[in-house]
Design a protein around this ligand. Structure first.
Ligand code: NAD
Ligand code: UD1
Length: 355
């Protein structure tokens, strides 16, 4: 099938594009490269030996978006494109509502025009807000603690209302827990710009010597070692969840929701220990105050996805860290060496070496 992937040059998108190609799908990537580089797609092409149609389009450019969808005529869309930095969403909320909510509205209009009504959407466990009843099931009441989370919540609601109004739509809201790791080749992975906000990329940069020490946000939570517990999921398992959801949507209309997590939590200190073991490097840390808005523990009940999609996460913490470490070692500065900032269409074509 022909799948159009918005945000396909980004972290989770690039891993999913590679799996789609390897499963025999035709893939079009649509990205504005605001947080990514065409280098990720060049590497996906190299790893797969297959081709990708790459479109430099901003979801906020309605006319170009419509023209692209109408001419591409995809059978399905996987929608990763969005802004995701929680702190930035607090200081620039309108930027997040415009990009994430308006961007998605534009995409839905363009899909309708192109006659494509199958959509997989990147939601997040952030829609569970400060819920304390664990493990988190899909029926847990939703709330948001910051503008980023609220954009995900609004989009989920918008998609539910769209599905209820027009039964031709098949939609999956996938709630990711904490995506980490990288492709086993070490060729593609997460390339955070500036200081990483998330734990794993930060720890990886301490292990490689780019940063001095990890600040552990809180050592007095009601958890086994006092530090925060999260459900880390390997990005390859997460990508496979998208293919399973697409398969489900082929046979079923309506709006569906699935947690994509492992069901098991790891603490901050367990993550640091795993990095020390795998890298053989010292990873210095210091326990500091809790971070505002953090919950003590968050982990999924992934049973619904197992039963309905036949999907479950296969990789454990050790492998997540091994793959992340390989990516970090092979690309100590991420894609930076080859980074093209705001490339033009001509530069992208030249870069990928194809018409
Ligand atoms: P990412 O930033 O690596 O990828 C997002 C991609 O979307 C980037 O390539 C960016 O250039 C593109 N993009 C952003 N705005 C765009 C626009 N207006 N038009 C076109 N392209 C645009 O992020 P990621 O980690 O791969 O996350 C993908 C999705 O999953 C996001 O929607 C994110 O909110 C969601 N998510 C991520 C996590 C996580 O921890 N990584 C967790 C839960 C949910
Ligand atoms: C964060 C976001 C969440 C988003 C998710 C994407 C917040 C409050 N939440 O989740 O909305 O969907 O990223 O993956 O920002 N930690 C440290 N030191 C650090 C960084 C993190 O101790 O330098 C701790 C945190 O307190 C937490 C754990 O590590 O206990 C994981 O943090 P992080 O990777 O930022 O993910 P979340 O907070 O779960």
């Amino acid at each position: 099938m022909h799948v159009l992937v918005t945000g396909g040059a980004g972290y989770i998108g690039s891993h999913t594009v590679l799996q789609l190609l390897q499963e025999g799908h035709q893939v079009s990537v649509l990205d504005n490269f605001s947080n990514s580089s065409p280098e990720s797609i060049r590497r996906v092409i190299e790893l797969s030996g297959l081709s990708v149609n790459l479109h430099k389009v901003d979801l906020l450019d309605e006319d170009l978006l419509k023209a692209t969808l109408v001419s591409a005529k995809p059978d399905a869309v996987i929608h990763f494109a969005g802004l995701k930095a929680v702190g930035e969403s607090v200081s620039q909320p309108l930027k997040y509502y415009r990009n994430n909510v308006t961007g998605t509205l534009n995409l839905l209009d363009a899909m309708g025009l192109a006659g494509c009504r199958t959509l997989v959407f990147s939601s997040s466990a952030t829609v569970y807000g400060e819920s304390v009843a664990l493990p988190l099931v899909e029926a847990t009441p939703r709330s948001a603690t910051n503008p980023y989370g609220r954009t995900k919540l609004h989009i989920e609601e918008m998609l539910e209302e769209l599905g209820a109004s027009d039964e031709r739509w098949s939609i999956a809201n996938l709630r990711y827990f904490n995506p980490v790791g990288a492709h086993e080749s070490g060729q593609i992975g997460e390339d955070p710009q500036g200081v990483p906000n998330n734990l794993m990329p930060y720890v990886a940069q301490v292990a490689i010597g780019r940063r001095d020490k990890v600040s552990v946000y809180g050592g007095d939570y009601q958890t086994p070692d006092g530090t925060g517990v999260r459900d880390y999921i390997h990005v390859e398992d997460l990508a496979a969840g998208h293919l399973a959801a697409l398969d489900f949507l082929r046979k079923s209309v309506g709006v569906h929701v699935w947690n994509l997590g492992t069901g098991a939590g790891s603490s901050v200190l367990e993550v640091i220990d795993a990095f020390r073991r795998v890298s053989g490097q010292p990873v210095a840390y210091e326990i500091v105050d809790r971070r505002l808005g953090d919950v003590a523990e968050s982990y999924a009940n992934p049973e619904k996805a197992r039963l309905e999609l036949g999907w479950k996460a296969e990789r454990g913490l050790e492998q997540m860290v091994e793959d992340m470490w390989r990516w970090q070692k092979q690309n100590p500065l991420g894609f930076e060496a080859d980074h093209l900032l705001e490339p033009t269409d001509e530069e992208i074509v030249a870069y990928l070496g194809r018409e």
